[in-house]
Design a protein around this ligand. Structure first.
Ligand code: SF4
Length: 221
């Protein structure tokens, strides 16, 4: 959807979001954090795991390494041990230590509140940056992760596979004040209903207007 969306496309997009916000009225993240720095690290750790798993390790991590400066000079083996249960622990350890180093060196230990600066940090893509901007500062942003990408494509809100262009298409469909809820609703909905391999189309509240051609039927019991 590279050209401007039509009125009908905007209307359909709004219907989808209205139904989803009824289902997910609380759009804030389930990640627990006390400041932007903690949310940034928690968001990086949340890749390929649940927010609940991240919440189990972050109190211990931030007690041992309270600031970006502390983590920047952290012992990788110690950090690996603390975050082990979130999976991909070696890669994540490297990411958060590098991220801490970048924040200290480039931004004096403070998390920047601008998309262009956030994405300069190693390990921070537009998705993570969008979560932090929307959640901490209420700055309108749409985070496109694997769930948002899949749901937006199946619903026919975009025909693109590139996250930056999907973000652009979704932003064109929704007013800025709804951008944060687009991400959070689509992420929850993608996890619970519009699953990658087994979408639960038979009980989907968006089924009547969904553009996906291979809608799943209820499995035999
Ligand atoms: S009908 Fe199926 S493919 Fe379409 S949004 Fe619902 S679960 Fe996803």
């Amino acid at each position: 959807m590279s050209s401007l969306p039509t009125t009908e496309e905007r209307r359909t997009a709004r219907v989808f979001l209205n139904r989803l916000t009824k289902r997910y009225p609380d759009i804030s993240t389930a990640l627990e954090y006390r400041d932007p720095w903690q949310l940034l690290v928690a968001t990086v750790l949340s890749a390929q795991t649940t927010d609940e798993n991240v919440n189990k390790v972050t109190p211990g991590l931030f007690e041992r390494y309270p600031t970006a400066e502390d983590l920047a000079s952290g012992d990788p083996e110690d950090v690996e041990r603390i975050i082990f249960s979130t999976g991909y622990y070696r890669q994540k350890t490297r990411s958060i230590i590098e991220l801490a180093g970048d924040i200290v060196e480039r931004f004096g230990g403070e998390v920047p509140d601008e998309m262009e600066k956030l994405v300069e940090l190693r390990g921070v893509g537009r998705k993570t940056a969008s979560v932090v901007l929307a959640e901490v500062w209420g700055i309108p942003a749409i985070a496109v992760d694997t769930h948002v990408k899949r749901v937006a494509n199946r619903l026919g809100l975009t025909a693109d596979s590139d996250p930056v262009r999907i973000e652009r298409d979704l932003k064109a469909l929704y007013p800025t004040e709804r951008w944060a809820s687009v991400s959070m609703c689509f992420i929850n909905f993608g996890r619970q209903v519009c699953d990658a391999r087994r979408p639960r189309c038979w009980e989907c509240p968006l089924r009547d207007r969904c553009a996906y051609e291979d809608k799943a039927v209820r499995p035999e019991r």
